[in-house]
Each structure stands twice: as C-alpha cells, then as structure tokens.
Write a protein that binds this ligand. Structure first.
Ligand SMILES: NC(=O)c1ccc[n+]([C@@H]2O[C@H](COP(=O)([O-])OP(=O)(O)OC[C@H]3O[C@@H](n4cnc5c(N)ncnc54)[C@H](O)[C@@H]3O)[C@@H](O)[C@H]2O)c1
Length: 362
C-alpha cells in the first residue's frame, strides 16, 4: 500500500491511502476491535461484501441526513458504544460521506476524552475535501455546523469505486468543493474540469485526478493553519453564502452546489465593491453556472436568506466576514457591515439571476 498522501497535524500526523480493495484495511481494523459507523445507503448497497468482514456487534448504521448531524445522534451513538463496552484503546471507523464523518469524528473526540477514528470516505466531497483538515461539525437546530472541534482521523482510505453508485447531484456537489479549491489556488484545473464537466460526471475514473489535486491544495494550507486562524479562512470562500442557501432551501440544494452559487455571489459582491471588473465576474459566472443546482431561485425567500446570513457564526458584531475575490487565486478577507447597502447587493444578485432565468424562459 505505497500510494498515499502524508498529512502533518498538530494532533497526530496521518496518511491518506489510495486503495482499490477495502478488504485488507477493514480486516486490519477488525483485528484492532474497531466499531464501524456506516451510512445506511452504503450498508444497503455494499452489505453482501461488508457483512462477511464486519461482525454485527461492531456495527452501527446511521442515516446520512442533516437532522442526524446533531448532539442527540452523537449521544445515541456514544450510549450504544458504551453499552457495547467500547474501550479507550479501540477505534471508531466511519464509512460514508461528510455527515457520517462529522458524527463519527465528533463522537470519537468526546468519548473517554477522545478515542482514535479512521475514515473510508464514500462521496466525492468527502474524498476530495472533508476527509482531511481535522474539523468536526454538528448542527444545532437549524443552525448549521455550530458545534464542533478539531479532531483528525488516524487513517483515511480512499477507494474511488464508491463513486460509481453516487448520484449525479452528489458528484456535482463534490465538484463544487473542488472548484472552490481550484479558485483559491488559481489552478489551471478549474478550466479543465469545467471544460470536461459532462465527461467527469459520466465517467468517474476522471475524478481521481481532481481528488488528488484538491487534497494537495487543502494539505498545503491546513499544514500551516490547521486551526483556521489565518490563511485557512480563505477556504470559507462561497461557504457563508452557501450555508445560508442550504438552510433557506431546507437542504434541497446540496452543499457543494450551494457553495458554487455562494462563490458566484461572493464574486458579485466583489464586483460591486470594485475588486473585480464586470468582465471578470461575467467570465467566472459563465463557468460557475455550469455547476449550479437545478433549483428555481424564485423559491428562495430573500428576507429569510438574509436572516440566515445575519445568524452566521463567523459574523463579528454586525459585520459579516466575507471572503472576496480579486480574481482566480487572489482571495481576500474583508468585513462587510450587514447594512442596507449589503442587503441591496444580495437582493440585486438574486433578482439578476431571476431576470436571467426569465429571459432564458421567454
Ligand atoms: N468536517 C468537515 O471538514 C466537512 C467539510 C465539508 C463538508 N462537511 C459536511 O459534509 C456534509 C456533506 O457530506 P457529503 O456531501 O459527503 O455527503 P453526505 O454524507 O451528506 O451524503 C450524501 C448522500 O449520499 C449517500 N451516499 C454516500 N456515499 C454514497 C455512495 N458511495 N453511493 C451512493 N450513495 C452514497 C448518503 O447516504 C446521502 O444520502 C455536510 O453536512 C457538510 O457540512 C464537513
């Protein structure tokens, strides 16, 4: 198993292994008395294979939905583990996407003040982004990712065969996060990925190149700013606007596609503030909109949307902390007062989008 990416962390360094057969790493974890927290859909699809490897008493099946990214679900998991006499030297193993990762990592971080966990990411988003970086995030009511800590896995195993059963929407969600890393870094793969957009979606062997590149960009930053105090803040590009889109649509829009619209909105604000020219905005808009969700923006309640933005955990006083663009590879952090001018820009962006949709429809 020589194909890996080494990640330096202030907690413990860890490796991301690229594998084409899960049996050996799974067997190794069973030998170390691990408990497995598995996405219910993954269990349904892969149970014939997994049943032969994972003993029933070591298995917890969890439905991957945002309601389950909760303190209640983590408490239920911890109570089950304690009832099954989990020991401090045993591990948790997450098999699923970002939701299963977040509940597993957070539970692992607090049980007995922390036991190790490993991760088999099964979505494009989890393979290309969330599997490294140490963050755990739990929702509090309708407030997304409000609770959490930093707690890296001890090992990550990426098997891209999982991507073949993933829906097109989930692939597009992963592409959204990958595009955000490419714009952060000013990577030429931004254009390449969008140029081959349909091919990447239909033939998932193309995803591997983007998973590696995206992880490489993320690694370069989390290794110098693991606790998100400085440079890593820029990875929030598109996310504050995106989280509010997810919340206001009750998660009808997937995370990475909400981030894609969020980046476009951030670029729009950047243009209005004179940081980029209308031409640069238009050029990026044309490219980003390839990965926009099939969602009628008319349905977004703008007052509610602004309320979600006002509640964002990263706000400082009455200011929103925005990551804005001066161009591809040139992101900056800026505080913007959440005043009428700001609200007008948000209204104008969505109205503009709606007008464009109407023009297309006519
Ligand atoms: N902790 C972090 O660093 C971090 C980073 C980014 C995102 N996140 C969080 O991750 C979550 C999104 O995660 P996600 O996009 O990976 O997806 P997910 O975990 O929400 O799963 C999406 C859907 O795909 C299904 N699924 C998963 N793997 C599958 C497969 N191989 N085949 C078929 N179906 C499969 C799941 O059951 C679910 O229905 C959000 O809650 C987001 O906040 C966390």
């Amino acid at each position: 198993m020589s194909d890996f990416l080494h990640i330096k962390s202030l907690f413990r360094n860890y490796d991301v292994h690229f594998v084409d057969d899960l049996t050996r790493p799974l067997q190794g974890l069973i030998d170390h008395h691990a408990f497995f927290i598995i996405d219910s859909i993954i269990w349904e699809i892969y149970k014939e294979k997994l049943k032969g490897i994972i003993p029933g008493g070591r298995l917890l099946i969890v439905e991957a939905n945002e309601n389950n990214k909760s303190l209640d679900k983590c408490r239920e998991i911890i109570e089950t583990l304690v009832a099954r006499q989990v020991r401090r030297n045993e591990k948790l193993v997450a098999i699923g996407g970002g939701i299963i990762q977040d509940v597993t990592a957070f539970s692992a971080s607090i049980i007995y003040r922390g036991i190790e966990w490993s991760f088999f990411p099964t979505t494009l988003l989890a393979q290309a982004d969330s599997c490294i970086g140490s963050k755990t995030s739990i929702n509090l009511g309708d407030k997304k990712n409000l609770i959490g800590n930093f707690y890296p896995p001890s090992k990550v195993y990426i098997d891209t065969a999982f991507l073949y059963t993933l829906s097109v929407d989930e692939i597009k969600s992963g592409i959204g996060e990958i595009l955000h890393y490419y714009l952060y870094a000013g990577s030429p793969l931004f254009d390449e990925l969008l140029h081959n957009y349909d091919v990447v979606i239909s033939d998932r062997t193309h995803c591997m190149r983007h998973i590696r590149e995206s992880l490489k960009i993320k690694k370069s930053v989390i290794e110098i700013d693991e606790f998100d105090r400085d440079e890593r803040n820029k990875f929030n590009y598109g996310h504050t606007f995106g989280h509010a889109i997810e919340s206001v649509t009750d998660y009808a829009i997937k995370h990475g596609q909400a981030v894609t619209v969020g980046m476009d909105l951030s670029n729009y604000v950047s243009m209005k503030l004179g940081l980029i020219s209308p031409d640069v905005f238009q050029e990026l808009h044309k490219k980003l909109s390839l990965n926009f969700p099939e969602f009628d923006l008319n349905k977004i309640n703008l007052d509610q949307y602004l309320t979600f933005l006002l509640k964002d955990k990263k706000n400082i006083g009455n200011n929103m902390v925005c990551i804005l663009a001066k161009g591809s590879g040139m992101l900056i952090k800026q505080q913007l007062p959440l005043d009428n001018h700001f609200k007008e820009m948000i209204h104008a962006y969505f109205t503009r989008e709606l007008q464009k949709k109407r023009m297309v429809a006519e």
